[in-house]
Design a protein around this ligand. Structure first.
Ligand code: CMP
Length: 139
């Protein structure tokens, strides 16, 4: 059974570089319905909580420093088979390995500054969407 929603964040470096509009346009043109959207400045502790599954990994400190270094844009997206289709749509975690035309290839710089986050499972999508949005904020 595959879910209808996934969760994404536009990362601080992509926002600073002025790619917000291009990324949101690409997402909508890709057929994803934006169910919820907000701009948020996470504390390091909040970023750590969001990425709790990576706690203890070598990149965890750098990741949580980066994700709390400036505002992010959080969104819940709807489409059939949303998690898997969006992961393909944004490209590989490392922009250097991402397919041509994907968001990470177009707007990512490196493994950390890879433009956008995408949920890795239906369970993660629900947890991550719930981290940022209440039921009343999702239309
Ligand atoms: P994201 O989809 O947001 O999920 C976890 C993030 O950790 C990932 O994108 C990368 O930006 C970052 N990261 C940094 N180094 C690594 C690594 N070696 N493996 C996986 N993710 C990494």
């Amino acid at each position: 059974m595959t879910g209808k929603i996934t969760f994404t964040m536009i990362k601080p470096s992509a926002i600073t570089a002025g790619f917000t509009g291009n990324i949101l346009l690409k997402i909508e043109e890709g057929g994803y319905k934006i169910k919820a959207l907000k701009k948020v400045l996470l504390s390091k502790e909040q970023a750590g909580h969001f990425y709790d599954m990576h706690r203890g990994k070598p990149f965890y400190e750098e990741l949580t420093d980066f994700m709390s270094s400036g505002p992010i844009i959080a969104a819940v997206l709807e489409m059939e088979n949303a998690v898997d289709s969006f992961r393909t749509f944004i490209g590989a975690t490392d922009p250097a390995k991402a397919e041509e035309g994907t968001i990470r290839k177009l707007y990512g710089k490196n493994m950390g500054e890879n433009a956008v986050h995408g949920s890795d499972s239906d369970e993660s999508a629900e947890r991550e969407a719930g981290f940022f949005f209440s039921f009343l904020e999702r239309y």
